[in-house]
Design a protein around this ligand. Structure first.
Ligand code: AP5
Ligand code: MG
Ligand code: ZN
Length: 215
């Protein structure tokens, strides 16, 4: 399965991606995670990306498309992949179509997780994640067993630097302006599957699985 998961910031793409990658045994490719990793390592690409991420803006298309193209050419993507947070612009979507054509493959489904704006803000403001393994928690909706420590590896939990109120609001605006037009793009191709994300994560996950089984 070649799957794209879409939705506004905080919709639960990363959370649902965990379920999907385990069910279909495909790699989870999150451009946001790739950029955060590059920032952590201090690579030139990370330094470039960080400027945009801190302001809630999109990293330029040519940088983003390049890293995704390279990643999709890796061996573990042969059996399929789950793209999270890419594409985010029409230019990126067209580039992805080109890459798929070159590889002789196609996108099977685009999952769109819908959540009202006020809930998105709550989700972003309460999100923390493990410094070491990346596991994601929410201080109210899915807190760790021990405050400030990861359930899996006991490492420290940290907040993302772009989850402050000002940057979160900017990310939402950028989503509405630059990314939401992609919903029509994929609707027109007959690939879009809308899923109500304002429910228990397990219910959201079973809806996604049901819609993928039909894909
Ligand atoms: P990215 O990392 O992709 O961030 P995002 O799209 O803003 O999405 P998030 O990761 O914030 O949310 P999510 O939907 O994964 O939600 P999660 O599951 O964590 O991008 C970051 C930045 O990188 C961008 O702003 C941009 O600068 C750059 N970038 C990335 N890709 C790019 C691209 N293609 N082009 C250009 N620039 C790019 O859940 C959120 C919280 O809610 C968690 O605490 C979770 O526990 C909780 N939660 C989840 N589901 C539920 C539920 N059902 N009920 C209650 N709580 C829930
Ligand atoms: Mg995410
Ligand atoms: Zn951990």
């Amino acid at each position: 399965m070649n799957i794209v998961i879409m939705g506004p910031p905080g919709a639960g793409k990363g959370t649902q991606a965990e379920f999907i990658k385990n069910k279909y045994q495909i790699p989870h490719i999150s451009t946001g995670d790739m950029f955060r990793e590059a920032v952590k390592k201090g690579t030139p690409m990370g330094k470039e990306a960080q400027k945009y991420m801190n302001e809630g803006k999109l990293v330029p298309d040519q940088v983003t498309i390049g890293i995704v193209e390279d990643r999709l050419a890796e061996a573990d993507c042969q059996a399929g992949f789950l793209l999270d947070g890419f594409p985010r612009t029409i230019v990126q979507a067209q580039a992805l179509d080109g890459v798929m054509e070159k590889l002789g493959r196609k996108i099977d489904a685009v999952i769109n997780i819908t959540v009202p704006d006020n809930i998105l803000i709550q989700r972003m403001s309460g999100r923390v994640s493990c410094k070491e393994c990346g596991k994601v928690y929410h201080l109210v909706f899915s807190p760790p067993a021990v405050e400030g420590k990861c359930d899996e590896c006991s490492a420290e939990l940290i907040q993302r630097s772009d989850d402050n109120a000002e940057t979160a609001a900017k990310r939402l605006q950028v989503y509405n302006e630059q990314t939401s037009p992609l919903l029509d793009y994929y609707q027109d191709k007959g690939l879009l599957r809308n899923v109500d994300g304002d429910r228990d994560p397990k219910l959201v996950g079973s809806d996604i699985a049901a819609s993928l089984d039909k894909a």
